[in-house]
Design a protein around this ligand. Structure first.
Ligand code: PMP
Length: 452
């Protein structure tokens, strides 16, 4: 039992963890290898992993493994530990709530922290209309419920999603998700009445936002029919699909068309929400106001919590008992969220995300200037990516992205890839990372690119 053996010497996570990259073994080291062997024997093969380590502590911009290696974290557990792993306010709130009660089921015996999270979401999400919220456990569950609510409200069934979109791994959200491998292949049949249209991908389609919106709107009108359409579901910056920032004007035009046709405009901010993009919500960057917005990931500092927030008259469309779930809005997760939200609002994290954007874009644009295989540098806040492509043909270079990511991890820097074509390297550092560590992480990325 390697974890038990290590227990007396385990470091505490949080900001007290030394903020230095330190490599004491090759990755994976012997203790990590032991755990990974147990993992492959005990855990279903479908649950993969990117970084071959046994994590034992994390905080600030560091993830530490069981062999004592300290890796620079440019992934935040896929955009979750935005406030930093084991953030002191979050840890304290979790401990205090866990000592009070761990569960009553909000649908059986309601409690205040759920209501307080709903009030915070109603206040913080874009738009000054009257709002209501329902809480769930995961981003996929939030998106499913947003679609349920939109269907009940409109009495219509069709839902439009976009090329390169990602919304989760449940049946309905697989149907909404664009990419077959690894998310959908072999898992059908998928939920009906989902239609896919092209969005805006400036690096690859060269269209203005207005032209891209017109293309999508024509397809919605001709192939679906507004009168059949309950909702449009869209990520303001597409995450898994490749950190695709739509061209100016695209999102407002789609939002306006939805408004004109009584189609519920659902904005999926599961990945982009909560200061990640240098605004509390990415919708603000594009001047759009969602009818319904889905949130999860960064909201609760690492605890599983998700929300659907939106116009009160839409949110109230579902009958009592139609929404919920045993664990949705668990009190420990809600306490964590209230602490994380306090940090987002009061600890300058939005400004920190803006600083990180400038630092990362400057560094990555320098790389693009000297290496034409870095075809595009894009993103907002601490949600930044490079797209790797053949300089002559523009063909996506997934092998290069995978090679660079592997080399970074071997050197102790956690980076993730994404993209429909697998050729995008994405950077999602915790906002708790310091500049020195971020520069060092990017130095490693630069060396890995140069060496490939
Ligand atoms: N929507 C978006 C935009 C996401 O990025 C994700 C997760 N990557 C999901 C939904 C699904 O969230 P979860 O994994 O919590 O179900």
């Amino acid at each position: 039992m390697i974890i038990d053996d290590l227990a007396p010497s385990l470091p505490l996570g949080g900001p007290g963890l030394p903020q230095q990259r330190r490599m004491v073994t090759a990755i994976p080291g012997p203790r990590s290898r032991d755990l990974l062997e147990r993992k492959s024997a005990a855990v279903a093969a479908g649950v993969g992993h990117t970084v071959p380590i046994a994590a034992v502590a994390a905080g600030g911009g560091i993830v530490m493994d069981a062999d004592g290696n300290a890796l620079i974290d440019l992934g935040s557990g896929i955009a979750v530990t935005t406030v930093g792993s084991a953030h002191p306010k979050v840890v304290e709130a979790i401990a205090a709530q866990a000592a009070q009660f761990t569960h009553t089921c909000f649908m059986i015996s309601p409690y205040e922290s759920y209501v307080a999270v709903a009030e915070a979401l109603n206040r913080l999400t874009p738009g000054d209309h009257e709002k209501k919220t329902a809480l769930f456990n995961s981003g996929a569950e939030a998106v499913e419920n947003a679609v349920k609510i939109a269907r009940k409200h409109t009495g219509r069934q069709a839902v439009v999603a976009f090329d390169h979109g990602y919304h989760g791994r449940t049946n309905l959200t697989m149907a909404l998700t664009a990419k077959a491998m690894p998310y959908k292949s072999g898992f059908g049949p998928f939920a009906p009445e989902i239609y896919r249209v092209p969005g805006s991908y400036p690096f690859r389609d060269g269209l203005t936002g207005v032209a891209a919106a017109a293309r999508a709107i024509t397809l919605m009108e001709k192939q679906v029919g507004a009168e059949n359409l309950a909702a449009v579901v869209i990520e303001p910056i597409q995450g898994e699909g490749g950190f695709i920032v739509p061209a100016d004007g695209f999102l407002p035009a789609v939002a306006q068309w939805c408004r004109d046709n009584d189609v519920v405009f659902i904005v999926d901010e599961v990945q982009s929400g909560f200061a990640r993009t240098g605004a509390m919500f990415a919708s603000e960057l594009f001047g759009i106001v969602p009818d319904l917005i889905t949130t999860a990931k960064g909201m609760a500092g690492g605890m599983p919590l998700a929300g659907v927030t939106g116009r009160a008259e839409i949110m109230d469309a579902a009958h009592a008992g139609g929404l919920g779930g045993t664990y949705g809005g668990n009190p420990v997760a809600c306490a964590a969220a209230l602490a994380a939200i306090d940090a987002f609002e009061n600890d300058g994290l939005i400004e920190r995300a803006q600083q990180i954007e400038r630092l990362m874009l400057d560094r990555l644009q320098e790389l693009a200037e000297v290496d034409p295989r870095v075809g595009d540098v894009r993103g907002r806040g601490a949600m930044i990516a490079i797209e790797l492509a053949d300089p002559g043909t523009g063909a996506p270079d997934a092998a290069l992205a995978a090679g660079i990511a592997r080399a970074c991890i071997a050197e102790g820097v956690i980076v993730l890839t994404c993209g429909t074509y697998g050729n995008v390297i994405r950077f999602l550092p915790p906002l708790a990372i310091d500049d020195e560590l971020l520069h060092e992480g990017l130095d490693v990325v630069a060396s890995a690119i140069a060496a490939h």
